[in-house]
Each structure stands twice: as structure tokens, then as C-alpha cells.
Design a protein around this ligand. Structure first.
Ligand SMILES: Nc1ncnc2c1ncn2[C@@H]1O[C@H](COP(=O)(O)OP(=O)(O)OP(=O)(O)O)[C@@H](O)[C@H]1O
Ligand SMILES: O=P(O)(O)OC[C@H]1O[C@H](OP(=O)(O)OP(=O)(O)O)[C@H](O)[C@@H]1O
Length: 237
């Protein structure tokens, strides 16, 4: 799947607006961030139905102990889309996802300090340092971040040809699919295990609380209330 919707202006659908009258929806990313979110949610007084954290459960929407707040569990890239379109008023997602989509409808008021990693360029260890980027006009890069990758190389006058992958990027250079990769790195062990080294850090990443800007205007007290609850929860951590 190509994720190339950066800079896209979106209009909340009538259904999303209608759902909003019934309460707020908080979009959470399944996977590693969901686990890291749990203490923060508890500190913010959000107690979803217990199976929200059970990824074997087929349910996707969960009530919380607060009647006017529901939680949905979606893919991390999709949290930004749900919030940008107003289908969820608030959400939690990585700064990598925000950088990739760059939705003007999203406001990210809080750095939650979880999901720390970086987005980086990597290449085979045996080729590292040998590329003269000053002389390069095109380069093939495997990534699930086509927009971040294109912008990064364009800034130095290089046209990045993207090989779109959703995982296992680290295989690409060894199999001749690309010269470089752009992916998330935390400990560096995935790169090392696959004979790659990080050559450039594009950005440091943590997860953010995000809100839909229209909701912020139309329901300012409720949204401000939730931002304050997360801010207090962070301060207490
Ligand atoms: N190794 C890592 N260390 C810390 N945070 C990470 C790491 N990898 C990803 N993240 C953060 O967690 C978010 C979700 O990543 P995760 O790997 O759980 O999902 P994904 O594999 O990208 O998504 P999906 O399974 O939906 O394709 C990323 O957007 C990033 O902000
Ligand atoms: O530097 P490290 O600590 O090794 O972490 C980096 C790895 O973590 C992420 O993958 P993830 O485990 O989420 O798997 P994925 O390929 O399915 O996204 C990322 O895509 C790297 O492969």
C-alpha cells in the first residue's frame, strides 16, 4: 500500500460529524505503542473495556468507564487518517506518521515521550561511506515513508525512487531491490542483524497526542479538557 496522502486537505464526513454529537472517540494505534500507552491512559483516568488491549479480539471499538468517551484500535498509520477526517477527535500516534502525512487538520499539542526511536537512512555496512552523495542525482530507496524519503533526498538535490515496502525493509539492499533504506531504528539490532548501518538520522521520533482542529474549534471545552488530562497524567508520571 502506498501511503502518499501528505498535504491533503480533508473535510469531515457528515457521518463523522453526527458521531461526534454522541461523544468523543480516541484513536489508539495497535502494536507496540498500545502497550506503552496503557500507564498513561490509566493516569489520565481512561479505563477502556479490557479487551481493547487484546489483539486477538476482533472488536475495534470499545467503551470506556467514561460514557462520553470511546476508544478505537487501528493501525498506527491510520490513527492520523481517522483524526484528520474527524472520525476520531483525538488520537495517539508516532511523529513519524505525522511527518509522513503532514495533515493540516491535525494539531499535536503534547509529546507523550513514548515510542522513542528515530527515522534514519541505512545502507549495507560494506558500502557505507563510499557513496559520494554530491555526485548522485537519483537513488533507489526502500521505505514505507515515501514522502519523508523524497523530501529528505530532494533537499540535497537527489531524486529518490521509492520502493514501497510495509516491513522487512532491511532485506532490500541485500537482494538488489534498493541501494538504501529509510526506516525506524531504535536499538539498531535489526540493522545489525541484516548487515546494514545507519548513515543519517532524519528525525527523532516519539508519540504525540493529536487532535482534530475542527473539533478543537467546535468543541473547545471537551477537547481542552482531554488535553489537560493527558498533560496532568504526563506531569504525574
Ligand atoms: N523499534 C521501534 N522502537 C520504538 N518505537 C517504534 C519502533 N518501531 C516503531 N515505533 C513507533 O511505533 C509506531 C508503530 O509501529 P509498529 O511497528 O507497532 O507498527 P507498524 O508495523 O508500523 O504498523 P502496522 O503493523 O500497522 O503496519 C511507529 O509509527 C513508531 O512511531
Ligand atoms: O532498531 P531496532 O530496535 O531493531 O528496531 C527497528 C525495527 O523496529 C521496527 O520494526 P517492527 O519491529 O515494528 O516490525 P515491522 O517491520 O513489522 O514494522 C522498524 O521497522 C525496524 O525494523
Amino acid at each position: 500500500m502506498l501511503r502518499t496522502r501528505a498535504m491533503t486537505a480533508v473535510t469531515p464526513s457528515p457521518k463523522a460529524a453526527e458521531a461526534a454529537t454522541n461523544g468523543l472517540v480516541l484513536a489508539l494505534p495497535k502494536g507496540r505503542i498500545l502497550k506503552e500507552c496503557a500507564p498513561l491512559l490509566a493516569a489520565a483516568g481512561i479505563a477502556p473495556e479490557p479487551d481493547y488491549a487484546d489483539e486477538s479480539s476482533r472488536r475495534l471499538r470499545f467503551h470506556t468507564a467514561i460514557p462520553e468517551l470511546d476508544v478505537i484500535r487501528v493501525r498506527s498509520f491510520d490513527v492520523a487518517t481517522f483524526v484528520a477526517f474527524g472520525a476520531a477527535e483525538i488520537g495517539i500516534c508516532g511523529a513519524d506518521v505525522l511527518m509522513e502525512f503532514d495533515y493540516p487538520e491535525i494539531y499535536a499539542p503534547l509529546d507523550l515521550g513514548i515510542g522513542a526511536c528515530r527515522i534514519a537512512v541505512a545502507e549495507p555496512a560494506d558500502a557505507a561511506g563510499r557513496t559520494d552523495f554530491g555526485r548522485l542525482s537519483r537513488v533507489r530507496v526502500a521505505s514505507k515513508y515515501p514522502n519523508i524519503t523524497r523530501r529528505h533526498f530532494a533537499a540535497r538535490g537527489i531524486q529518490a525512487e521509492i520502493v514501497a515496502l510495509n516491513g522487512a525493509m532491511e532485506l532490500a539492499p541485500g537482494l538488489g531491490l534498493s541501494r538504501l533504506i529509510v526506516d525506524l531504528v531504535q536499538t539498531g539490532s535489526t540493522l545489525k542483524a541484516n548487515g546494514l548501518v545507519e548513515t543519517e538520522t532524519i528525525a527523532h521520533v516519539t508519540s504525540r497526542l493529536i487532535v482534530n482542529r475542527t473539533a478543537l474549534k467546535t468543541r473547545p471545552e471537551e477537547i481542552a479538557h482531554w488535553i489537560a488530562r493527558f498533560r496532568d497524567a504526563l506531569a504525574a508520571a
